[in-house]
Design a protein around this ligand. Structure first.
Ligand SMILES: *Cc1c(COP(=O)(O)O)cnc(C)c1O
Length: 393
């Protein structure tokens, strides 16, 4: 990257610091549609870092859904939802989502990031307390800051620590917030214990199911289904930019929660409503998710196979979901590992601080139903070779 020395040249110093530490982010351009393989840097490689867990983004059927929605509703609804942006197709999707999550109602948001900001800034304020897992997503951290509530962070999945904090709190309202599946750890929140503690100490529970929607539970309804707690989590957020293959997000819960957000959530009130073709596609994606259970079965078979393989090779592996982080430790070694894998035809992103704690840089594999057994064997072979070359194994 080269920068000209104009009025913004004061930005350069910070970027040079990042570069010096091997932490400068540069975009990798993909020159093909996404499937199990993509074209990156002039060659075809296996893709192991997309969130398209079920391969729904590639379902041809969705083309028809998009055209039908365009014919009936047009390409855009360029207004906020509270003005002229609430079409019956939005209502239909919200009803389907509520049904899927087993809640009274649901509300659409453009992104999960905005849904989390909405939840945290609407439901608590100054004088209240947010109890937040150490490894919660950046959007939860940002929403917590914007809320003006006090934020106490508990150690990752540490229920004793959480209980200590709950005992000490004298706040008016207490909100416990957690990722369902942790995006960089690939592990699952202990939802039963969180439910119990919430009940015992008069807190309420917010679960971010970005990576759990479509993935966890027999029918892919998320963390609550996985733990047999359907209908027992006050606030559930889900994204449609991961297993549902496109983009968009929702909050699901009781009718009163949704009505409250319609009135109070600034990231709902002051932004443009989702365009009809996207809503049509999402209706189709949700139907595929419900009707094609083989995708989730395949995802979990692939996950088991890959997880067993990397353990056998001797990697330090975290979590127990289709997000499979292999901890390498050093930043530069991690990035070199990722570069050499790409040379061998396996695209997986290295993840460095500040996204993960210092000294725990990692390769973060995402497994998909689109991967074939051969793809997984190939990736394991490449991991073994590069691991040996770099002295990691
Ligand atoms: C991806 C993600 C989000 C943000 O969702 P978008 O729809 O991509 O904005 C929020 N929370 C978690 C845990 C995520 O992984």
């Amino acid at each position: 990257m080269r920068w000209k020395m104009g009025r913004l040249s004061f930005l350069q110093e910070d970027l040079e610091v990042l570069r010096g530490r091997g932490r400068l982010r540069e975009l990798k351009w993909i020159a093909s549609r996404l499937s199990n393989r993509v074209r990156v840097e002039g060659k075809e490689v296996l893709l192991f870092c997309s969130n398209d867990y079920l391969g729904i983004s590639q379902a041809l059927l969705l083309k028809e859904e998009a055209s039908r929605a365009i014919e009936e509703w047009g390409v855009g609804a360029p207004s906020s939802r509270s003005i002229a942006g609430s079409l019956l197709i939005h209502k239909e999707l919200e009803e389907r989502l509520a049904e899927f999550k087993g809640t009274e109602a649901a509300l659409l948001f453009p992104t999960g990031y905005m849904a989390n900001i909405a939840i945290l800034t609407s439901l608590v304020a100054e004088g209240d307390l947010i109890l937040s897992d150490q490894y919660n997503h950046a959007s939860i951290i940002d929403g917590s800051r914007l809320s003006r509530a006090e934020v106490w962070v508990y150690k990752h999945r540490d229920m004793d620590h959480l209980e200590d904090l709950l005992k000490r709190s004298k706040h008016r309202r207490k909100l416990i917030v957690t990722d369902g599946v942790f995006s960089m750890e690939g592990d699952i929140a202990p939802l039963r214990e969180l439910r119990e503690l919430s009940d015992r100490y008069g807190a309420f529970l917010v679960v971010d199911d970005a990576h759990a929607t479509g993935v966890l539970g027999k029918e892919g309804r998320g963390t609550a289904e996985y733990f047999g707690l359907l209908g027992q989590v006050e606030v559930q957020m889900g994204t449609m930019g991961k297993a549902l293959g496109v983009m968009g997000a929702f909050v699901a819960g009781e009718r009163i929660l949704i009505d409250y957000l319609i009135n109070k959530a600034r990231t709902f009130m002051y932004t443009t409503s989702l365009p009809p073709p996207l809503v049509g596609i999402l209706l189709g994606a949700l139907r595929i998710l419900r009707e094609e259970g083989w995708r989730r079965e395949r995802l979990w078979e692939n996950t088991r196979m890959f997880r067993e393989g990397v353990k056998r090779l001797g990697f330090e592996v975290l979590g127990d979901t289709p997000i499979v982080p292999l901890v390498i430790g050093d930043d530069n070694l991690t990035m070199e590992f990722s570069r050499r894998l790409l040379e061998k035809g396996v695209y997986v992103q290295g993840i460095r601080p500040p996204t993960v704690p210092e000294g725990t840089s990692r390769l973060r594999f995402s497994i998909s139903a689109l991967h074939t057994e051969q793809d997984i064997r190939y990736a394991l072979g490449a991991l073994e070779e590069v691991g040996r070359e770099l002295g990691v194994l």
